[in-house]
Write a protein that binds this ligand. Structure first.
Ligand code: ZN
Length: 338
């Protein structure tokens, strides 16, 4: 068989075989066999130098024709396989996969779950209450009657004259106490809060808080300190210390700001402004009036309460310097924590 005849034979064998190809992988095998660098066509072409010039010319033409025909057959077959895969909705397991977009927890949710995990580990129960509250629960029953000057501590969004978007999770204290009394209780109250205030690096108009409340006989400020120390050490590191500073809230007496030692462990840095301490929470002993409003006798039981921002915890944990990142919906930020 002359070289041009050999090439034509390769072409017709290849064109016959391609009709039986049923998958992309088989098509690739076919391509390698006939059109590959060490394939049959290349093998025939490599013999061009060994034949007479007439035969070489004919063989060269045949080789060009065969190559074009095979490439066209390859493209046509590939297109056909793709169309039929779509039509059958068939899964060609030989095709590379398309990575699905995987969602993740928002940093706030992730941090909230961590806080819940730590407090439930200490025997606290999660108690969720209303995001839209009556003025009475948000303020009145928390020892903040109408016209109390301390109401100015919260810039409030009003739904109507006596209905508000809760400014803090504290109204849940009353609801929890009214449900549990006269039994002792240990709850955390997580939830969304709203403030009518200018948004800046450390203030959002919507944020998450976790309130903690324990009511029973013999509860003291030392109980709060012990609980908070255990929390801080699990949340931020076993070397953290807690300190209380005197403060004022209408619904606790005495009231404290709760600080933990900074990441710099007291050396002083930009985050703690050189003090070595970070404010993470406010709290104190539940005011006797609030204890009574919850249905307990303040002569028999006492309680501690605290409230803290979830975003604030996340910021201190991850070194985030601007709360506005949380709800700007920038995936570049959110993906770092998902
Ligand atoms: Zn520091």
């Amino acid at each position: 068989m002359s070289l041009p005849e050999q090439i034509l034979a390769i072409q017709s064998a290849a064109l016959e075989q391609v009709t039986t190809v049923g998958s992309v992988r088989d098509l690739e095998d076919w391509r390698v066999r006939y059109l590959g660098r060490k394939g049959e066509l290349a093998g025939a072409i490599s013999q061009l130098g060994a034949v007479s010039s007439d035969e070489r010319r004919a063989a060269g033409q045949a080789a060009n024709g065969a190559k074009a025909a095979l490439q066209e057959a390859h493209s046509a077959k590939l297109a056909e396989l793709k169309v039929s895969a779509k039509q059958d909705n068939a899964l060609d397991v030989t095709l590379p996969g398309i990575a699905p977009v995987v969602g993740g927890l928002h940093l706030t949710r992730h941090t909230l779950y961590e806080i819940i995990r730590i407090f439930t580990g200490m025997g606290f129960t999660v108690f969720e209450t209303n995001e839209v509250e009556s003025d009475e629960y948000n303020f009145g029953l928390l020892n903040l009657p109408p016209d109390h000057p301390a109401r100015d501590m919260w810039d409030t969004m009003y739904v109507s004259d006596d209905v508000v978007l809760r400014t803090h999770t504290s109204p849940g204290q009353i609801r929890a106490m009214r449900q549990f009394n006269p039994e002792p209780l240990r709850v955390i109250l997580p939830g969304k809060c709203h403030r009518y205030e200018a948004v800046d690096a450390s203030h959002e108009s919507m944020f998450y808080q976790v309130e903690g409340l324990a009511v029973g006989e013999g509860i003291t400020l030392a109980s709060l300190k012990g609980v908070f120390e255990a929390f801080a050490q699990q949340m931020f590191g076993s070397d953290r210390k807690v300190r209380f500073r005197g403060s004022y809230f209408p619904f606790t007496e005495p009231s404290v700001e709760i600080d933990i030692t900074c990441n710099c462990l007291g050396a002083g840095c930009a985050v703690c402004k050189g003090t070595g301490w970070l404010e993470v929470s406010g709290g104190g002993m539940v005011h006797p009036t609030v204890v009574r409003n919850g249905g307990y006798d303040p002569d028999i039981v006492s309680g501690f309460a605290f409230g803290m921002g979830v975003e604030r915890n996340a910021m201190l944990r991850h070194g985030i310097d601007d709360i506005r990142h949380f709800y700007a919906n920038d995936l570049r930020f959110l993906k770092q924590f998902a």
